[in-house]
Write a protein that binds this ligand. Structure first.
Ligand code: NAD
Ligand code: DAU
Length: 354
């Protein structure tokens, strides 16, 4: 059986990708490398526990020797790099770990992968791919009338998180141009869906609403994000891995621009329908709070390169994806309760104390 190696496969998008990949007929095996930080959760992988096609390894991507060892043993035909520190607010409070994992970690991983790739025979070298999962945040912030980000938009990262992701993108690109490593880079907009850690807007709103807590909306609530259901992101990555051109970058997005307050209102309305309160609406819990420092006003992705070259378009609308997501959180209370204990409580009191 041939293999692929995934980093960060116990996180939100990585776990969705692993589950989705192994549900496909004739899928390669997966070697799943994850350090299991606060954001990594093996409960998200319960469906593939005991599946011989899935090998989990708790490793830090900064550990080049350990990653090299795994590459040597499992001989993957591709490496998909999801692992990162991913939350903007955490990067504002403590940027150091973002530099370590997103920049040093990506560099360390590239070193291991390059040495492995150079040792392959010619046909395996040609077929090999290193797919780097990045973000639209590297392009900075759009004005209200500006066109969405394209693959040629200028890099203008504004937060420690997006700056660290931008640096990692540049390093991946350099390994292609300098050493010929066959890389693919994806820059995706905001994801939502099952297994997302409730520090991010959508799962935080759902879990706080159900717990009777306030629903914090930063600033005036009019910042815009372009939302994509995580299953659609996984499909896009599979297509790009299979048929994307080495050395290219692909923007991935849902054509779903929404203000934050629209998102929170829609979630409240869905919850009012699916799990009504004894009295009143979940909207009553909304609280406008102090803005995020340096808060990017608007992100939007032009995903037409992906549609034209590879025929990918999202399957879910914002309405269908959000309904599925709310239903998932309502039906997976054990997963939610497990996550809400421990480290999460410390984060919530630190971030929202004021
Ligand atoms: P996440 O925070 O939910 O998961 C990150 C995973 O990486 C966790 O399992 C964590 O344990 C692991 N990890 C962290 N540091 C590690 C290290 N040093 N070594 C090994 N594993 C480590 O993140 P996510 O939301 O699933 O995002 C995955 C990727 O997609 C990231 O690269 C992120 O920048 C990118 N991205 C995310 C979104 C989004 O909306 N969530 C959108 C576009 C791009
Ligand atoms: O655009 C892609 C990026 O999307 C990814 O690269 C990041 O990994 C991912 O975390 C996400 O970043 P955002 O900062 O856009 O996501 P977040 O869910 O943290 O916030 C979404 C918007 O909601 C943003 O404008 C800030 C706002 N917000 C967020 C939280 C947590 C609130 O108003 N209140 C909140 O409590």
């Amino acid at each position: 059986m041939s293999n692929i190696l995934v980093t960060g496969g116990a996180g939100f998008i990585g776990a969705n990708f692993v589950l989705d990949w192994l549900r496909q007929a004739g899928a390669d095996g997966i070697v799943n490398v994850d350090k299991l930080t606060y954001a990594g959760n093996r409960e998200s992988l319960a469906e593939v526990e005991g599946d011989v096609r899935h090998v989990f390894s708790q490793i830090d991507i900064c550990d080049t020797a350990a990653v090299s060892c795994l590459l040597k043993v499992h001989r993957p035909r591709a490496v998909l790099h999801f692992a990162a520190e991913s939350h903007v607010d955490r990067s504002i409070l403590a940027p150091g770990q973002f530099v370590q994992t997103n920049i040093v970690g990506t560099f360390s991983l590239l070193e291991a992968v390059l040495a492995y790739w150079q040792g392959l025979d010619m046909s395996a070298r040609e077929a090999f791919r290193f797919l780097h999962v990045s973000t639209d945040e590297v392009f900075g912030s759009l004005g209200p009338a500006e066109p969405p980000f394209s693959e040629t938009s200028r890099y203008q990262p504004n937060s420690p998180y997006s700056a660290s992701k931008a640096a990692s993108d540049h390093m991946v690109r350099a390994y292609h141009h300098t050493y010929g490593l066959p890389v693919l880079i994806t820059n995706c907009s905001n994801n939502y869906g099952p297994f997302q850690f409730p520090e991010k807007l959508i799962p935080l709103t759902i879990t706080n609403a159900l717990a009777g807590k306030s629903l914090p909306v930063y600033g005036d609530g009019l910042n815009v994000r372009d939302w994509l259901y995580v299953g659609d992101h996984c499909t896009a990555i599979r297509e790009i891995l299979a048929r994307g051109r080495a050395g290219e970058t692909y923007n991935v997005g849902g054509w779903n621009e929404k203000t934050n307050i629209e998102v929170v209102h829609t979630l409240c309305d869905l919850l009012d329908e699916l799990k009504p309160k004894a009295a009143g609406s979940y909207r009553d819990q909304i609280a406008f709070v102090r803005d995020r420092p340096g808060h990017d006003r608007r992100y939007a992705i032009n995903a037409s390169k992906l549609a034209q070259e590879l025929g990918w378009t999202p399957a879910e609308t914002f309405e269908s994806g959000l309904r599925k997501t709310v239903q998932w959180y309502l039906h997976n209370e054990a997963w939610v309760q497990d996550v809400l204990s421990g480290e999460y409580r410390n984060w919530m009191s630190k971030q929202y104390a004021a």
